[in-house]
Design a protein around this ligand. Structure first.
Ligand SMILES: *Cc1c(COP(=O)(O)O)cnc(C)c1O
Length: 377
């Protein structure tokens, strides 16, 4: 079976370095808040060119802690795209805030700026754009809207670490460092993944950074003195040690993904029933997922055909948040979710990872071509 990711293949290439890093932590029994956690945070901050990196236990916690740092009140509204992974909106509901689900742009899968504008009310306090599948949302426009309405922006950067955002004045920023707070996940299959769970929060704001750090650590700055109700959310030292090794390869990893995506698109672009990923002019794409839009209503058949031919292909995401049972009574949808609904019925993601080779890609491409030859309309 051709899998969506190849974590084993990636590990084998850096095995000696990773094994050393893990053994070092174990030999020093430096398990909690160890040296590697500090080192990795400093190195990631320097890679991202951001002032503060606060590591935590996973990407969902990162989003929750970010929201907890903002002095929000029950019933405040937070705008999120309806087409995203559940975690983005789940933490909003968990904190008794109201997720306001808005539509996405059909071509880039990212939050639609006009829908976002139309969803703002007096109760709106923050926007959580998601850089879905590895490409940045339109951050410059989003920041302008946020500034105009005095809203916080928390970037869900779980799928786009390493992507570059190009501002209109030609300066560049790393995804996740443009809004007030950025959040990421180090889940094993993410572009920078560890060997278990992990996450981090980024900010350039000293006051927010201190509060975020305290909330992640039981609301304390000084041991046993608790200023806030917080959580216990730490990145294990072993995971930090692994991430510190892998961070050095992140640009290479993202480049490998980019080349694989380019090869797919070159070979699939002439199939009429397919839309290959559309690249925006303000962001690089780090291809956490390579996602096609299948235009002839045969997405499910194509997926089954590929799976039957030992090729993985997955649907991210099959059901929009507005149709999820858990969100029906707690969320608001302020305008049409036409694109979101349409995308959930037509997207299909192909295997993409750092070890993918052209032979494997050719096998996948040939099968897709065969499918559409037999399914002309
Ligand atoms: C993976 C992911 C998360 C959550 O990360 P976990 O580490 O699994 O908690 C949040 N948002 C998006 C968009 C993700 O892809």
């Amino acid at each position: 079976m051709i899998q969506m990711v190849d974590l084993k293949g990636q590990y084998l290439k850096v095995k000696a370095e990773i094994d050393d890093a893990i053994n070092k932590v174990i030999n020093e029994t430096d398990f909690i808040n160890g040296k590697a956690v500090k080192d990795f945070s400093v190195n990631l901050a320097s890679y991202l060119n951001v002032k503060h990196v606060i590591p935590c236990a996973n990407g969902t916690d990162a989003l929750q802690i970010a929201l907890m740092s903002l002095d929000l009140n029950i019933g405040d509204e937070i705008i999120v795209p309806a087409f995203t992974y559940v975690a983005t909106a789940e933490v909003i509901g968990l904190l008794n805030l109201i997720p306001v689900l808005v539509d996405v742009d059909f071509n880039t899968f990212n939050i639609d700026v006009n829908s976002l504008k139309n969803a703002i009310t007096k109760k709106t306090k923050a926007i959580v754009p998601v850089h879905l599948f590895g490409q940045c949302a339109n951050m410059e426009k989003i920041m302008n809207i946020a500034n105009e309405h005095n809203l916080y922006v928390i970037e869900d950067n779980a799928q786009a670490i390493g992507a570059d955002y190009k501002c209109s004045d030609n300066t560049q920023k790393k995804s996740g460092t443009i809004g007030h707070i950025g959040c990421t996940s180090f889940f094993p299959s993410k572009n920078l993944g560890c060997y278990g769970d992990g996450g981090a929060i980024f900010t350039n704001d000293d006051t927010l950074a201190l509060k975020i750090k305290m909330i992640a650590n039981h609301g304390q700055n000084k041991k046993y003195y608790h200023k806030y109700i917080g959580v216990n959310s730490r990145l294990d030292t072993i995971q930090a040690a692994i991430l510190d090794v892998k961070l050095k390869y992140l640009d290479n990893y993202n480049n490998a993904r980019h080349l694989s995506a380019k090869f797919y698109s070159e070979n699939l672009k002439d199939i009429e029933q397919i839309q290959t990923p559309v690249l925006s002019d303000f962001s690089t794409h780090v291809f956490h997922q390579y996602t096609l839009i299948i235009k002839n209503n045969k997405r499910d058949e194509l997926k089954e055909f590929l799976n039957n031919n030992n090729i993985s292909a997955n649907i991210y995401y099959p059901l929009p948040l507005n149709e999820q049972e858990a969100f029906k009574s707690i969320s608001k949808t302020s305008n049409s979710l036409k694109n979101t609904n349409e995308l959930c019925k037509s997207v299909l993601s192909l295997p993409i990872h750092t070890e993918l080779n052209k032979n494997t890609q050719n096998t996948i491409i040939l099968k897709i071509k065969e499918f559409f030859k037999n399914n002309q309309n």
